[in-house]
Design a protein around this ligand. Structure first.
Ligand code: MOS
Length: 741
């Protein structure tokens, strides 16, 4: 009974999205939907070269075009309070804001045309016809000397060595060395970066998709020399972010500068090709893994070396080695990262940054070692199951990976898998292969604050500058609020997606529900505690003497734990106390438990592929993922996150790659026709199993986060399945038909 009181009906319910109808009817407002009165359109001209300088722009031709109001170039751009390359912390993303005539990557903005119509601005930008002094660009991982990159905030490269890797390899009875290559990938959310900017004196009003409102506010405030509180950003919906909307991007700032230049509201929306440059990407990697194993299949050493790339002017990289810190038990473990500086836009966090690329290589190498040991790949993974985190030696705060392996294998039918490759065919004569990959992603927490308010009128609200980029924050956060406030979800006004609300932290690192949810839980609990204090100290209340801990909020009432027949409505408590409202405050952040435990979500993904033996055509036909990620707030939304992640895995394994022209440094496939992502016809049968896991340490809600783990494990499982179908180890991603013929 007490358990039923403690856990209401909100958490764990598969509610549909509260914003679902708004979205499917087109009523959900995205940034580019805004049209303030007097608004002009801005279009960027971007560089066709990757290195050199712009020697001439035909500004006069652009200005002559009917409808063009202004052309913003390095010569007339509004002054900024900070140089766009000024670095404040490891998180600052250097920007290209027309600071000079230098070109440091293809598709870098070189001018902005502002016009009465989108068409006029587009034509004006074309008329600029830039002339360049081009220099030979550095393209590809062999184009420059490598160096050891600095650590970047979350997801540090964290080079480390524990134990003696050389000795472990020397003592091994079986050794493998395998080099895996992953290509540059671009985030390509459906919604491109956009901004609608309106200045009112030194106050700035913005509609702009952002994964982190307070961070965006701070960066813009610094650049324009105004107070963060004078900037209001609305970001109620994002058409995806994938990490690229975590940092404020240069083009969005250019839209704000354009509005300042012309003194009117300005809209700037990037085109799809322009997305391949100034707003981040996943850097390419070349990863070499050296593994040693004993006769009975126990790892004796694991060495994971990553060569990746960054830009010539900033330091973000793809930290692929991190996954090896977590997954497999080994007495000796080493990870190293090197980077080369290329004439490219700066890489950035993208869909499991580091984990996704690292997982493909690690899972491939583990599979290769299982083969070398003559073992079933799942049995080999279980043989090397890490009971404590290999890199740190810390215990896991919780780890239900064994259950994930078992549940996933059972649902997939793994026991029927022949050990040797090329043993299975389907009715059409296609080769069939089965592979497995382990999924993992760290359970992070960021800083956030929230408010909760209960009014004497019966109204309730929670407020936090949280972000829904498609993952379902509008719904999941409302469930957490409803649970803690003891109210029906429809009775609560949930306010998110605006910078005038308390700092909701970053929608990234798969940590947003944990972070924002914890802040909301705290705020709601604070409001309820205040209410309880009012009642428990009032002799006229049926709750008199119960003490704060002696009551629970349910159905808009406080109920005595020791006698459920004694309760009082929130409104009655407030009215009798002569109070208009109680206002609760809550906060979230990483706490001390993080010192003592390794915190990760885990999963196991099983993949089936078919390969045409004559044509080489590869299809993923079936994916079963079993994931354990602590408390599940809404299984419907979580399943969607896992499906999305597994589809990214299909994309990583079979489709996505930016092809860079080695002569010009330009991405050759900067469009959706040639930059392939899975369409519905590419998406296999998907099953996501939610494995139960309780975690008392990770945060007050026990949430580990589900946004990014799905891509890990999945791509490796598919690549391993391709080996099982064909007998060929393809180590260069994506695996396309030419590589298996
Ligand atoms: Mo993500 S790459 O944590 O937005």
């Amino acid at each position: 009974m007490s358990d039923r009181i403690r856990h209401g009906s909100n958490l764990g319910q598969p509610l549909t999205r509260r914003d679902g109808i708004l979205k499917v009817t087109g009523a959900a407002p995205y940034a580019a939907d805004r049209h303030p009165p007097g608004m002009l359109y801005a279009v960027m001209a971007v560089s066709r070269i990757a290195r050199g300088r712009v020697s001439r722009l035909d500004v006069a031709a652009a200005k002559r075009h009917p409808g063009v109001v202004a052309v913003m170039t390095p010569d007339n751009k509004p002054a900024l309070a900070q140089h766009p390359d000024e670095k404040h912390d490891g998180f600052t993303f250097r920007l290209d804001l027309l600071q000079d005539d230098r070109v440091r990557y293809a598709n870098q903005p070189v001018a902005v045309v502002i016009a009465e119509t989108l068409e006029a601005a587009t034509e004006g930008a074309a008329l600029l016809s830039p002339t360049y002094e081009a220099e030979t660009p550095a393209v590809g991982l062999d184009a420059a000397e490598s160096f050891t990159p600095p650590a970047i905030g979350v997801g540090d490269p964290a080079d480390l060595e524990t134990g003696d890797v050389a000795a472990g390899l020397a003592a091994a009875s079986r050794r493998i060395e395998a080099t895996y290559e992953t290509p540059a990938q671009y985030h390509n959310a459906m919604e491109p970066h956009a901004v609608v900017a309106t200045w009112d004196g030194d106050r700035l009003d913005l509609d702009m998709p952002s994964q982190g409102l307070a961070m965006a506010q701070g960066r813009i405030a610094g650049l324009f020399g105004i107070a963060p509180s004078d900037i209001h950003i609305r970001s109620p919906f994002l058409g995806g972010g994938f990490g690229s909307k975590g940092m404020i991007a240069g083009p969005q700032v250019l839209g704000i500068m354009a509005a300042r230049l012309v003194g009117r509201p300005v809209k700037l929306v990037m085109t799809r090709p322009q997305m391949f440059g100034p707003v981040g990407h996943r850097a390419p990697t070349r990863q070499t893994l050296r593994l040693g194993a004993s006769e009975d299949g126990g790892l004796t050493a694991l060495d994971h070396e990553t060569l990746t790339a960054t830009s010539t002017f900033d330091d973000f990289i793809e930290p692929s080695g991190g996954v090896s810190h977590t997954l497999y038990a080994t007495p000796a473990l080493a990870t190293r990262h090197k980077a080369v500086r290329l004439d490219t836009g700066t890489p950035l966090f993208m869909r499991a940054p580091g984990e996704a690329s690292g997982s493909v290589a690690l899972e491939g190498a583990i599979d290769e070692m299982a083969e070398a040991c003559g073992m079933d790949p799942l049995a080999f993974r279980l043989r090397n199951y890490a009971e404590t985190e290999p890199a740190s030696g810390k215990p896991f705060s919780s780890k239900a990976l064994r259950d994930c392996y078992a549940r996933g294998a059972e649902a997939f039918g793994w026991a029927r898998r022949p050990l040797a490759p090329r043993q299975m065919r389907n009715a059409d004569g296609l080769l069939v292969g089965w592979g497995v990959g382990t999924a993992t992603f760290p359970a992070l927490m960021f800083q956030a604050e929230a408010r909760a308010s209960l009014k004497a009128t019966g109204e309730a609200s929670v407020a936090i500058g949280a972000i829904d980029m498609g993952q379902g924050a509008w719904t999941a956060l409302a469930q957490i609020a409803a649970e803690e406030l003891g109210l029906d979800i429809d009775a609560i006004d949930v306010r998110i997606g605006s910078s005038d609300l308390p700092n909701g932290g970053i929608a990234g690192g798969s940590a947003h529900t944990a972070t924002a949810g914890t802040a909301i839980k705290g705020a709601a609990a604070d409001a309820i505690a205040q209410l309880a204090a009012l009642a428990a100290q009032d002799s006229r209340s049926p709750l008199y003497g119960a003490g704060n801990a002696g009551v629970v909020a349910r159905g808009g009432r406080l109920v005595r734990r020791d006698d459920e027949s004694r309760s009082e409505a929130f409104t009655d408590i407030l009215v009798r106390a002569g109070r208009d409202a109680v206002e609760g405050k809550g906060a979230a952040g990483p706490d001390a438990a993080r010192e003592h435990y390794a915190m990760h979500a885990h999963g196991a993904v099983f993949a089936e592929v078919t390969v045409d033996p004559e044509l080489g055509q590869i299809r993923a036909t079936r994916l079963v993922g079993a994931f354990a990620a602590g408390r599940i707030i809404n299984p419907r939304l979580v399943r969607s996150q896992y499906y999305g992640g597994m589809i990214w895995g299909v994309s990583f394994a079979l489709h996505e790659q930016a092809v860079m022209d080695p002569r010009t440094g330009r991405p050759m496939n900067a469009n959706f026709a040639e930059y392939h992502v899975p369409v519905n016809a590419d998406v296999p049968s998907l099953e996501a199993i939610l494995v139960e896991e309780e975690d008392p340490h990770v945060n007050p809600l026990g949430i580990k986060g589900v946004g990014e783990i799905g891509v890990t494990g999945s791509a490796g499982a598919i690549v391993n399945a391709i080996w099982h179908a064909t007998g060929q180890r393809v180590r260069r991603l994506p695996v396309t038909l030419d590589k298996v013929l």
